[in-house]
Design a protein around this ligand. Sequence first.
Ligand code: DAK
Length: 265
Amino acid sequence: MSDLTNLDNVLLEENESVAVLTINRPKSMNALNSATLIDIGKALDYVKDHSDSIKVLVVTGAGEKAFVAGADISQMHDMNSLEAAELSKLAHESYGKIENLPQFTIAAVNGYCLGGGLELASSCDMRVGSSKAKFGQPEVTLGIVPGFGGTQRLTRLVGRGKAKEMIATGTMIDATEAFRVGILEEIAEPEDLMSTVQKIASTILKNGLIAVSMAKYVIDRAADLPLDTAIDFETQMWAQTFATEDQKEGMAAFLEKRHAKFPNK
Ligand code: DAK
């Protein structure tokens, strides 16, 4: 069973079905070193193992300046290819864990969201950004390519042209532009960021959460399949929801003109 002891680089707080995972290295702009990636992985194992009580996960960065300013350059500087591959493996494991969580995940992007940070945010189900946040994949300015999934996840969010522009120039875009191109689903003033995210979480929590989880699963698993295969997949999922108590309750509540109280069964 996962546990949360000895996590030095992240915080995990739970409040009424919402867990907030905070990358906690504010002096280094929450840059991701190996230890932090390991801690993120452990925290995500805990979240997965506690899906009875944790229904939505929010990922954010400590302090006021950064969400995550990328992988830790001081650690990467002297790495050889084998060590780079090991770091990459750690990151892929953690980012894959986020994507595969049954819970809905929201990145609350509170500041610089660069390189591995943008790749982390892109692994979440949606992103809400502070109006002061800045986004970029500056890897080529360091002589490397995005290596935590950026060439793929960013491309799926913004399309090939914009992804190639951001990756090849390595320049940053602001929150308005990130919203325009599809990186952000919402923008909030910095002081309203967490309450905006909380409001989205509260709206999700009122719904049938098995259905939310299944919808997330089918969107992610079927998005790259041929349309007819993807629709078949959706049909299977749709049919399965009729085996849940939530479907009976949701439809009964509608017919009885009351709010549904989903048992999440
Ligand atoms: N790594 C380490 N330290 C960092 C850092 C980073 N990514 N970003 C910031 N810091 C540290 C700074 O060094 C500074 O430390 P002190 O000098 O105070 O000790 C402190 O955080 C505050 O930063 P600044 O003084 O620079 O603050 P400013 O407000 O002036 O600028 C900034 C903020 C975020 C614009 C700037 O710090 C910056 O440009 N940071 C670097 C951004 C960046 O290039 N990130 C890396 C992207 S590349 C891999 C796969 C993928 C990757 C790696 C490996 N493998 C396959 C193995 C991913 C790579 C990336 O993420």
